[in-house]
Design a binder for this molecule. Structure first.
Ligand code: SF4
Ligand code: SF4
Length: 108
């Protein structure tokens, strides 16, 4: 079993069980980047540089998805179109909405 040492926000929610809805605990992205995170972070190990802490919601968010959402809501038609395509692709790529697929165990 691999072990990861991560800097986890004190207010982050506990990791749910495997297969349960993702609650933004952030542990998977702090442990190592997903394939899209490897591209944007330009590394294969360590925390993903796209991961963002949402102070208001007290959970982590994928910055790639957040940026795509912002682009999809942008005023320009061309921007919105690009944003929607990027949002659809990135959701599929990171399997958003598919439930927690991180087989990780927290060791405080
Ligand atoms: S997929 Fe699981 S480990 Fe990753 S942020 Fe969501 S709940 Fe946390
Ligand atoms: S889901 Fe987003 S934040 Fe998490 S590793 Fe992938 S690209 Fe990075």
């Amino acid at each position: 079993m691999r072990e990861y040492a991560v800097h986890w926000h004190a207010q982050a929610p506990a990791k749910p069980l495997l297969g349960a809805p993702c609650n933004g605990c952030g542990l998977c992205c702090l442990a190592e980047p997903c394939p899209m995170g490897m591209l944007v972070s330009r590394r294969r190990t360590g925390a993903c540089s796209a991961l963002r802490w949402d102070e208001e919601g007290a959970h982590y968010r994928c910055g790639v998805l957040e940026d795509a959402k912002a682009l999809a809501a942008a005023p320009g038609r061309w921007q919105r179109w690009r944003g929607r395509i990027w949002l659809r692709l990135s959701r599929r790529w990171i399997a958003a909405g598919a439930g927690c697929d991180a087989d990780l165990v927290e060791i405080p």
